[in-house]
Design a protein around this ligand. Structure first.
Ligand SMILES: [Zn+2]
Length: 74
């Protein structure tokens, strides 16, 4: 259905992995990127980024930036 690449796939991909997209948005994104090598690569890049960010979040949880993890924990 949606053959055009999202204008800015990067932030969308990050939101997707963070669970910030609505079910409809996530479904539309999946429908597109599964048939689009460029966006698949971007989704994978974002997954790596989000995973690293979550790992960093766990590391600093006991340190000074408690507000960060509070604001970002689901
Ligand atoms: Zn695409």
């Amino acid at each position: 259905m949606n053959r055009e690449c999202p204008v800015d796939i990067g932030p969308l991909a990050e939101s997707y992995h963070l669970g910030l997209l609505s079910p409809e948005q996530a479904a539309a994104l999946e429908e597109h990127y599964l048939g689009c090598p460029r966006c698949t690569a971007e989704i994978e890049r974002a997954e790596t980024y989000v995973r690293a960010m979550r790992a960093a979040g766990r590391r600093i949880r006991t340190q000074e930036r408690r507000d960060f993890t509070t604001a970002h924990s689901a």
